[in-house]
Structure formats: C-alpha cells, structure tokens
Design a protein around this ligand. Structure first.
Ligand code: ADP
Ligand code: ZN
Length: 432
C-alpha cells in the first residue's frame, strides 16, 4: 500500500530535479543566515546554487561536532517564533545536538512516518504501542505523530515497566509495537516463558535506534510469530522515517525526496558507487527550520544497486553494520559488536542478552563475552554448558579471528536494556 504513490514511485529524472531544487533552496537560506554561513566561510566554501547534483560532493561535510559548536541555535535558518518543537539526539557518543522544527517540518516528518507505516501494511485498524522513550528522543514523539496521521490508535507507553507493557499489549489488543531490539529480546523472553503469545494480537514490531543483525530479527520473528521491520533514523535528520524496510525485508528505502543519500569512503570522504560499503552521509533537504547538508552519520552501510520489487523507486540502504565509533580493535583486528551478535543469535541455546568486555592482561588486549543462556541449559547436564562454551568460542574465533573468553550466565542475570543497549564495556585503561 502507498501513502503517496506519485512521490514514492517518482521517476529518477524528476527526483533529481526535485532534489536539486530543494538543495538550492536550502543553500540560499543558509547563505542568508550569518551564523550558518560563517560555518561555510570557515571551510572556505563559497555558497552558490548548484547546477547539478554532481556538485554535491564539493560541499564540505557537517559533523556532530559542528552541530555542537553551533549550540544552541547557530544552524537555525528561520525566526525562533516559527519553531514549534525541538529535539535532541540521545547523546550516545557525547553532548547531545539540538534540532529545531517548524510546524511544516513536523507535519512533513509525520507524513514521512505515515508513508513508512503504510508501506508495511499498517492502517487505521491497527493499535500501535510505542515502547520507545518519549521526551527529547525522537523515537517517541516522531513515531507517535506519524501513526496518528495514519489513523492508528496510539498507546504512548514509553519504554520500560515491562509488566505494564504486557498488560497494555493484552488488554488493548496491540497489533504493532515500536521497540529497540535489545528491549524486544527481553520482553519476548518473558512472553515465551509465561506462554502468553496465544492470547496476543501482535503482528508487527518496528525496530531500530540501535544496530541489530539478521539473526536477531529471525530469532524475534520466530519467538513472537510476527514481522520485524527495520527502521533507521537519527535526530539530526529528524529521527525515525529516514529509511524503512518495505515488505520485501531486504534493505531500507531512503525517502530521497527528503534526504539526499551518499556512501563515502571513511578515510578519504570520496563518494563510493552503489553496492560498496562505507559511511552513510545524509542531507536533510526539505527542512524549513534547519536544513543540514552532507551530515556524516558515522553509520556503515551500502546502497542496493537494484530496484526494489515493491515498486518504490527510492533507493535502499543495507542494514547498518554499526557506527564507525563502535568498532574496537583487539590485537590489531577490527571488530564490530554486530559480528559477535550475528554468531550468538544464530545459536538457539543463547538467550536474550550479552555484553562484550574488553580488558588488558599485561600488554595484551583481552575480549570476553558474557552471555545469557536458555534456562533449561542450567537445569540440565553440565556437559551441555561446556559444549556450548566450546561451540561459541570456536564460531567466534572463526568470525573475529581472535580467541575470546566466554562466560555463560543464567537468563536475567545481565541488566536488561530498555533504550539503547550498552553492548561493549571497555576496561582496557582500567586493567593491567
Ligand atoms: P545518538 O547519535 O546520540 O545515539 P540518535 O538518537 O539520533 O542519537 O541515534 C541515531 C543513531 O542510532 C544512528 O546514527 C544509528 O547509529 C543508530 N540507529 C538508529 N536506527 C538504527 C537501525 N535501524 N539500525 C542500526 N542503527 C540504528
Ligand atoms: Zn521496496
């Protein structure tokens, strides 16, 4: 189903004309805002209208640090009176950045979300429980207004308080939830343990805000007998609604009429062709209060070179492999937490939570993984635990090429996450 068929299936040429026009409008408004213009002056870039999208690559990048430097409102290009809301990033990697929205911006953002929800078959018949944190975090209000625009019944539950969440899901016959993958693993485990599934009406979980792997998706889909849909966004680009999976479940459509998308080489910053993995660079080209051009997301992905079978022409990005700043180096090997997660979640004996701990022994880096396992393993023969430990060690060594220390723990013994999970604890500067 389409929310806005002409725009969702726009032909390539018309899309490019629209993008160029929007980028030039943004540049014009930036040039007229002294604070914002001074940023481009400092980069020795003279703002002028682009004659083709080809010239986008000559624009300097913007970074989280640039936004922090412009705090509280240096990148605002409208009068403050026109602003109706502000949001900020969750601050996963430091001081949060502030984004302002006019009434039109909020309206437009809600339409983008409604487009996403319609794409996966949601309608006004659905009961939508938003289990993301409300407040400054965009996963709360962002999805909320989009789902209302679609006409769904919205339960603004917020994150946490699992007993209450389960009661809502049951009593109000929730059909769609929006939740982080780490919290979903926790909640689904409880549903499974208590055998609650048959009494529920759940059919879809929208999942994003942190990286997760295909194995985690499959585990959750199987456990809850639902579709898990990947949703990607970041507050600098509004929040959710930037890229969303369609029912093909193979990559996320980026709404290119609103976001100009590039993949660049992490080292050289040069654009890479479709199909090659690199850093995602996004431009919010249709925002009144705060256009942001060529923002370095630090997220790693690639663009699918093929057209999608669903009929939408907007290109798709892959599942996010991780943030460049999530990567850690152990004994010279670059490792992403997602590589470890992919191995763990494929094993049925592994439970819902795990944490990676980095430490130092002498001059050597050490990687340990503490993993919750299924309850019956603890009740059963000790040999099974030993075997599982060996299997995990071997499979991880094959994937990350170094020898991990594995510690198996009982389900529920690691602190459950409700928002963005902290998967890596780096104690290397604290241990010897
Ligand atoms: P912060 O940068 O402080 O975490 P945000 O709340 O804006 O603030 O989070 C955006 C980031 O969350 C993205 O840049 C990305 O790293 C991560 N993220 C969001 N959705 C997904 C997703 N579906 N898959 C992987 N990572 C995601
Ligand atoms: Zn599609």
């Amino acid at each position: 189903m389409f929310w806005d068929k002409p725009l969702e299936t726009i032909d390539c040429r018309s899309l490019q004309i629209l993008q160029l026009d929007r980028i030039n409008t943004a540049l014009e408004r930036i040039a007229a805002t002294p604070g914002y213009k001074s940023f481009y002056d400092s980069k020795k870039y003279k703002i002028k209208p682009l004659s083709s999208l080809e010239q986008m690559k000559d624009l300097p990048f913007t970074t989280k640090q640039d936004l922090r430097n412009s705090y509280p409102s240096g990148f605002l290009v409208t009068d403050m009176e026109k602003v109706v809301r502000m949001h900020s990033s969750s601050g996963t990697t430091g001081i949060p950045t502030v984004i302002y929205h006019t009434k039109n911006d909020i309206d437009n953002w809600s339409s983008l979300i409604a487009r996403c929800l319609c794409m996966i078959g949601m309608s006004d018949k659905d009961v939508f429980q938003n289990m993301m944190t409300y407040g400054m975090f965009t996963g709360g209000l962002g999805l909320h207004y989009g789902a209302e625009k679609l006409g769904a019944m919205v339960i603004p539950a917020g994150a946490g308080n699992t007993e209450r969440q389960l009661k809502f899901i049951k009593d109000f016959k929730t059909t769609v939830v929006h939740i982080t993958p780490s919290y979903a693993l926790h909640v689904s485990e409880i549903i499974e343990q208590r055998n609650l599934l048959d009494g529920l009406s759940l059919r879809i979980a929208l999942m994003g805000a942190e990286p997760y792997t295909e194995a985690t998706r499959l585990k959750l889909e199987e456990r809850l007998r639902i579709d898990v849909i990947n949703s990607y966004g970041l507050s600098e680009m509004n929040g959710p609604g930037v890229a969303f999976e369609c029912l093909e479940k193979e990559g996320m459509h980026v709404w290119e009429d609103n976001y100009y998308v590039e993949i660049v080489d992490t080292k050289t910053g040069m654009p890479l062709p479709d199909g090659e993995e690199g850093e995602l660079v996004l431009s919010a080209i249709n925002r009144e209060a705060m256009p942001i051009l060529r923002y370095r997301t630090h997220d790693l992905a690639f663009i699918y070179p093929e057209r999608c079978a669903c009929g939408r022409t907007h290109r798709k990005i892959s599942r996010i492999k991780g943030r460049t700043d999530d990567m850690f180096i152990i004994g010279g090997v670059n490792i992403f937490p997602s590589q470890i997660e992919e191995v763990l979640m494929k094993l049925p004996q592994v439970g819902s939570n795990y944490v990676i701990i980095l430490s130092k022994k002498g001059s050597l880096d050490k990687l340990s993984v503490r993993i919750e396992v299924n309850p019956d393993l603890f009740a059963g023969d000790l040999r099974h635990l030993t075997q599982l430990k060996e299997t995990i060690t071997r499979k991880l060594r094959e994937e990350i090429l170094i020898n991990p220390t594995i510690e198996l723990v009982e389900p529920g013994s690691l602190p459950p996450s409700q928002g963005k999970a902290v998967r890596v604890i780096d104690n290397r500067d604290k241990t010897v």
